[in-house]
Write a protein that binds this ligand. Sequence first.
Ligand SMILES: [Zn+2]
Length: 291
Amino acid sequence: MKSLFMIFIFLFAGTLFGKIKVVTTTTVIYDIVKEVGNDKVDADYLCRGDQDPHFLEIMPKYMVKLRNADLLFKIGMGLELWAQQLIDGSRNSKLKVIDLSSDIQKKEVPSGKVDASQGDVHPFGNPHYWLDPSNAKIMAQEIYSALASISPGDEAYFKSNLDSFNSKLDGKINEWNKKMEPLKGKAFVFFHASWTYFADRYGLRIAGYVEPKPGIPPTPSHNAELFNIIKSNNVRYIMMENFYSDNAPNQIASVTGVKVIKVPTGVYGMQGINSYVQMMDYIIGQITKTS
Ligand SMILES: [Zn+2]
């Protein structure tokens, strides 16, 4: 009887003082959740940092992750078109889904009718906003609000974590601005249209993309067009995510003499990249080292 009572107390305390169960679609969100939630959250992610977040294979293990979660954070804007199937499959009626794009100044949002029939993976605008570090602060704010509304008693704790994250990021933002300054106005070719927010933040000129359309693999005729674009814009670098095949960029490089820069755009996307700040540090380090 006594042990039964103890089990009851344990279970009760478990729900009362338990951690908030959070799942994130990407590792960048996961990292910011850990910054803001720290030891009050039990966090996990779905898409690995070295995977293309547009395409995640639907697997039962992801539904299991969502089964007991309180919160699912996603980038939104159609990046995770696979997420709904996982949410439905998890049969978790208490799951709250938070779209982190709500307060983001969205770019490349189509004004007309949305048409994804051509295979364009950005039918709702460009979802790669996390590559502008000032947007990471907006994401952190949204994460803070969601955590505080689930666990109002920990509001002050989350707020203080949010403040430290923001001040750490502000320091890095100043440093990155200075490093990127000399690149203002320079033309780049990117593999995928993931770099709009990044390019706008630092004043880079996007001369073209290796993909004919977002999500459409390179074609010989489009590569040929790029040869001219690269020559006429004096492009010296092709920048790409490390999870894409570099066959086309290397072929373009062999013809035009441009250099290919491969970087992760997810946390854990490469060995040694264990946080958002480390990831941005690496990207900016690579582009400024070679440019
Ligand atoms: Zn994309």
